[in-house]
Write a protein that binds this ligand. Sequence first.
Ligand SMILES: C[S@@+](CC[C@H](N)C(=O)[O-])C[C@H]1O[C@@H](n2cnc3c(N)ncnc32)[C@H](O)[C@@H]1O
Length: 314
Amino acid sequence: MHLNPGQNSPLQYPAKAAACYFDFRELRHGARTILHHDQTIRHDSPRRAWSGIVRTMTGPDHTHNDPADTITHFGFRVVPASEKGGLVSDIFHSVAGRYDLMNDLMSGGLHRLWKGAVIDWLRPRPDRHYIDVACGTGDIALRIMATTEGWARVTACDSSPEMLTLGQGRAIDRGVVKRLHWLCSDAETLPIANNSVDGYTIAFGLRNVTRIDRALVEARRVLKPGGQFLCLEFSQVAVPLLGYLYDRYSFAAIPWLGHIVAGDRAAYQYLVESIRQFPPQHELGEMIAAAGLRRVSIHNLMGGIVALHSAWKI
Ligand SMILES: C[S@@+](CC[C@H](N)C(=O)[O-])C[C@H]1O[C@@H](n2cnc3c(N)ncnc32)[C@H](O)[C@@H]1O
């Protein structure tokens, strides 16, 4: 799906998208929207009034001692921004061992196709340096290594030591040990040199980051000029009936599955809530542009259940 360069109302996009039907062809190269960095952005989306607070909200937090602290969302809960990282860490510490199995069960294996779409858009090449942030157990990093037959240099970065350890184990099992580096770090403060990576990917990670705007600025900082940014994330379903069914499924089945399979219902309740708190497609596109990345484009997969945002450092 395309917007003409002159079309600058984000409201036109959901209206158009809603007219689409559920299309499995979107699994790979779905609806496409281009945002231009100089486009005027309207802030009158009905969701914005409450969903925007997934980014750190300005304003004092009266429950916390640090007056500079701000508040944000952890799922549907409003929490001091200084606490969100710890809460997110606890989640991944708890579910790490069952994380991959849960992904397959929850998505019916579709997460593999969505991740395949990231690789299709990235088109990784040997001798290039890629960073996969919030890498979890290394799905994207391992795909980059497989696509380049081990010739790319990949930094797989995550703030959870447990997820990294599992990822390292998977890599060793597949004989991928050279040129793949594991880094424990927060997406907001990457210990990576300026202008040093050719591609930055983040899959189902940005939603968990406390200050999304800072993570995006970091992404731009570490990218070389000409480097590509790709974010895969759950997003706003553009087809009403699909949205209804998806809501029913996710609020009823996913926490239950989390309880049965991972022994942690709350972690998967957080997952479904955090998806609803995350900025919808256009709003995230605006944030990416505000971080200084250019040629932002949005590709809906499965009617917007998942969206892939691509942008470039120019
Ligand atoms: C839902 S998992 C996604 C993992 C993997 N990218 C995938 O698609 O399977 C989210 C990951 O983000 C990591 N994470 C959460 N907050 C982070 C942060 N601020 N910086 C870096 N990683 C973070 C978690 O530890 C977890 O491994």
